[in-house]
Design a protein around this ligand. Sequence first.
Ligand code: SAM
Length: 313
Amino acid sequence: MAVNSAVHSNECGLPLNAIEWLETHHNSKAVEREQMIRDLDLPKGCMVVDAGCGPGLWTPLLARAIGPYGRILGVDVSPEALVTAQQRSKNKWYHHQVQYKQGILEQLPLGRGKADIIFSANVSQYLTDPVGTFAAMGPYLMQGGRIIIKDIDFGTMRFSNIDPALQARVFQARERWERERVERGYSFEDSWIGSKLATYLRQAGYEQVQETTYKIIRRHPLPYDFRQYLQGIAEWFVCEGAPYLSGEDVRQWLSCFLDETHMVLDQETFISEETEFVVTGVWSAPPTSNNYWFTAYEQLPKYTEPLSLTSCH
Ligand SMILES: C[S@@+](CC[C@H](N)C(=O)[O-])C[C@H]1O[C@@H](n2cnc3c(N)ncnc32)[C@H](O)[C@@H]1O
């Protein structure tokens, strides 16, 4: 699926047709994502908020980790994502453990100090003020609770069999465009955020911040989902007119991934490398903390959009 042909896009980076894309992305990295959750060693029976849960792809992984007495609250700003999440969980072994609610990260739909864990995957890249948002999420954790932020960093992406100079031009052009595209009416994105997350969590007031990296390496012959993922990513890098790339670079780049005669994905020596980041931090402030961010977000108007998705039971 071409990611740059969105049917409709909400303001937080979820085009309607991206649900299919998120599934492709998730499945293509399933082995590493399962490992990420195992490595977190989540306590059995705990209460996890999946902040920015999207279509609920992480729900079964989280449910398995926390066991049958654990509870998951999936929160997302997008009703389309929540409807899909709810449909996915229907009649599944974990459906009694999960509830989906509409809300924003900065004002989660639960009481202060109620969550043992806040987990958020592939969302921080859309936050205009990640430090402010992470700080606002802290008071929803119980004292000593853990935040877990997982995200990509396209500064780590490398492909064999593609001219390194062309790759560098494509990546630099996209990075530059991401710094400027908001001024041209597009929503914010930082696809280079992974390696910045540890600093952001410390700045937001979290303690014992720990970063774990996961190298995602795939070689020829590529699994079907990963091939789809790479083709989608290749198109995405040059979407929105790729203003800082020459037409010839765009043509050459796309031909490496999509054109049968120049396709690198089918070459026996092809290797794709990318690193994803999982960063955790502990919230030590008491739940009633009167810190700056808590006060600032308390003063925001309450997000009261009614939605009939308060429970998936
Ligand atoms: C790329 S998707 C990731 C979904 C899911 N976590 C996953 O990894 O498959 C990003 C999701 O974050 C949601 N989102 C972005 N900003 C948000 C915010 N401030 N509050 C709540 N949800 C947000 C979007 O609606 C979208 O569903």
